[in-house]
Design a protein around this ligand. Structure first.
Ligand code: PLP
Length: 463
C-alpha cells in the first residue's frame, strides 16, 4: 500500500501526461471520472491497487493473463534472457534459441497446415501483417485484383489502420477516417439478435453464409482476397457461433478461393477449453493470428501464422521479387520469446486447456443458473472460460435499454465496488467474463455471486 501523498503524486503525473486508451478525456482531465486506478501487484486471479484494495480480475486483464498473475517462473525466464541477451533482431536470418524453439512449437501446435510464423508485438499489428500477406500472396500468384478483405459486423481485430477497419463496430471508426477502402463487413453471427422469428440456429447460419456468398458475388470473387473472423466473437459481445456456422462459411470461402484468417487472439491457447477456437469448431484456416495468451501478457508478442499453401507461393516467388520486405525492429524479440516459452510450459504442465474445459463447464452452468431467469437478462452465453450476460429492458420484445441509462457500465461499476472486475462490453449492455484459466470452481462461484449482487443492485435502482 502506498501513502496518500505518493498516490496523489502518481495520479497527478498520470493525469497530466498519459493519453489513456478508451477513456473519456475531459472527464478524466477534470477529475469528474475520478482518479486513475494505480495497479501495484497481482497474484493468481487477483490484482491489488495502491490503496491496498484487492480485486478478483474476472477479465484476466484484457483476456490475456491466462496463467494468472505473479508467476515467478516467467519472471525468471525473462530475467535469464535479459541477462544473456536482451535484444537482437531477426532481419536477414538472425535468430535466438528461444525464438527458434517458440516458432517450431507454434508451427506444430497451430491449427491448419502451418508452415511459418511472422512475429509482431500486438494483435493489431499481426492482423495488419495478415492483410499484407493476403495482398502479397495474390500479387505473387498473378491475381492482383484479389485484395478485398471481408470481416464481420461486431468483429474485433485491433485498432491500427487496417485492423481497425476490419473491426466491425462504428465507434472504432468514427472521427478516425476508417474503415480503409477495400475492407468490407458482413452480418454478425448472433442468433439472439439477428435471427428471423422462428429461424433455427442452423437456418440462421445458412442465411449468414448465403449473405456472405451474395457479397462475394456482388463485389466479384476475383476481387475478394480473404475473410477474417474470430472463432468466438469477442469484444463485440462474447458470442459463440450458432450451430453449423463455421461449416457453412468455410464452404463459401472454398468455393470462391478466399483465404480464411482465423483471429485466435482471444481463443488461442486454451481459453475455450480447446487448444484453439479452430480446433473446437473444425476450422481449417490459411492464416492464424495469435497474441494475448501466447505470453499471458507477461511480454508484448504476437504471431501471424502462415500456412504451407500461402508460404509456398511466397518462397517460390523469391527469386523473382527478392527478399520478403516486411519486419519490425522487435519482431521475434528474445525476451518476449523466452516469456512465451515459459508461459506455454505452464499451460502444458498445468493442463490449462483441460482446466478451461472442466472449470468452464461449471462456470457456464453457474452463470445460467444465476442469471437466465432475471427479468433484465436477455441472454446468457459463452464457452469455456469466456462468458457474457446481456441485459435488455424487455425480454419479450428484446427491447434494449436506453443507452443513456448505461446499464452495462453501471453493473460493471457495482461489481467493481464489490471487488470484482467484469467488463462492460462496448456494444450493448453486456457484462463480460474471461477469468485467468487457473481460476478454481470456488472462485467461479464467488465471481458469479458478486456479479449477481451487482446486477440486483442496478435492477433495484432501475425499478
Ligand atoms: N484480435 C482480437 C480477437 C482481439 O480481441 C484483440 C484485442 O482485444 C486484437 C485482435 C488486437 O490486439 P491488440 O490489442 O494486442 O492490438
Amino acid at each position: 500500500m502506498l501513502d496518500i501523498k505518493t498516490i496523489a503524486e502518481i495520479a497527478e503525473r498520470d493525469r497530466s501526461s498519459v493519453l489513456h486508451p478508451f477513456t473519456h478525456l475531459k472527464d478524466f482531465a477534470t477529475g469528474k471520472a475520478g482518479d486513475p486506478t494505480i495497479v501495484t501487484g497481482g497474484k493468481g486471479i487477483n490484482i491489488k491497487d495502491a490503496q491496498g484494495r484487492t480485486y478478483i480480475d474476472a477479465f484476466a486483464g484484457l483476456y490475456c493473463v491466462n496463467i494468472g498473475y505473479g508467476r515467478t517462473e516467467v519472471a525468471e525466464a525473462i530475467a535469464r534472457q535479459a541477462y544473456s541477451l536482451a535484444y537482437y533482431h531477426t532481419y536477414a536470418a538472425h535468430t535466438t534459441e528461444q525464438l527458434a524453439t517458440l516458432s517450431d512449437r507454434l508451427v506444430r501446435m497451430a491449427p491448419g497446415k502451418a508452415s511459418k510464423v511472422f512475429f509482431g508485438l500486438s494483435g493489431s499489428d499481426a492482423n495488419e501483417t495478415q492483410a499484407k500477406l493476403v495482398w502479397y500472396y495474390n500479387n505473387l500468384r498473378g491475381q492482383p485484383k484479389k485484395k478485398k478483405i471481408i470481416s464481420r459486423e461486431r468483429g474485433y481485430h485491433g485498432c491500427s489502420v487496417v485492423s481497425g477497419s476490419m473491426t466491425g463496430m462504428s465507434f472504432y471508426h468514427d472521427h478516425m477516417d476508417l474503415p480503409f477502402p477495400g475492407i468490407l463487413h458482413t452480418g454478425a453471427p448472433h442468433h439472439y439478435w439477428h435471427a428471423h422469428p422462428g429461424e433455427t440456429e442452423a437456418d440462421f447460419s445458412r442465411r449468414r453464409a448465403a449473405e456472405l456468398e451474395d457479397l462475394i458475388l456482388r463485389e466479384g470473387p476475383e476481387t475478394i482476397g480473404a475473410f477474417i473472423a474470430e472463432p468466438v466473437l469477442g469484444t463485440g459481445g462474447i458470442t459463440p457461433p450458432p450451430e453449423g456456422y463455421w461449416r457453412e462459411i468455410q464452404a463459401v470461402l472454398r468455393r470462391y478461393d478466399v483465404l480464411l484468417i482465423a483471429d485466435e487472439v482471444i481463443c488461442g491457447f486454451g481459453r475455450t477449453g480447446a487448444d484453439f477456437g479452430c480446433s473446437l469448431y473444425e476450422i481449417e484456416p490459411d492464416l492464424v493470428t495469435v497474441a494475448k495468451g501466447l505470453t499471458s501478457g507477461y511480454m508484448p508478442l504476437s504471431g501471424a501464422i502462415v500456412s504451407e499453401k500461402v508460404y509456398k507461393v511466397m518462397e517460390e516467388a523469391s527469386d523473382r521479387v527478392g527478399a520478403f520486405s516486411h519486419g519490425y525492429t522487435y519482431s521475434g524479440h528474445p525476451i518476449a520469446a523466452a516469456a512465451a516459452n515459459a508461459v506455454l510450459d505452464i499451460v502444458e504442465k498445468e493442463r490449462l486447456r483441460d482446466r478451461a474445459k472442466t472449470v468452464g463447464e461449471h462456470f457456464q452452468k453457474r452463470l445460467k443458473e444465476r442469471f437466465a431467469q432475471l427479468e433484465i437478462v436477455g441472454e446468457v452465453r459463452g464457452v469455456g472460460l469466456l462468458g457474457a450476460v446481456e441485459y435488455v429492458a424487455d425480454r419479450q420484445t428484446k427491447r434494449r435499454f436506453d443507452p443513456d441509462l448505461k446499464v452495462g457500465a453501471r453493473i460493471s461499476k457495482a461489481a467493481r465496488d464489490r471487488g470484482l472486475i467484469a467488463r462492460a462490453m462496448p456494444h450493448g449492455d453486456i457484462l463480460g467474463f474471461a477469468p485467468p484459466l487457473v481460476v478454481s470452481e470456488a472462485e467461479i462461484d464467488e465471481i458469479v455471486d458478486l456479479a449477481y449482487q451487482a446486477t440486483k443492485q442496478v435492477m433495484d435502482e432501475l425499478a
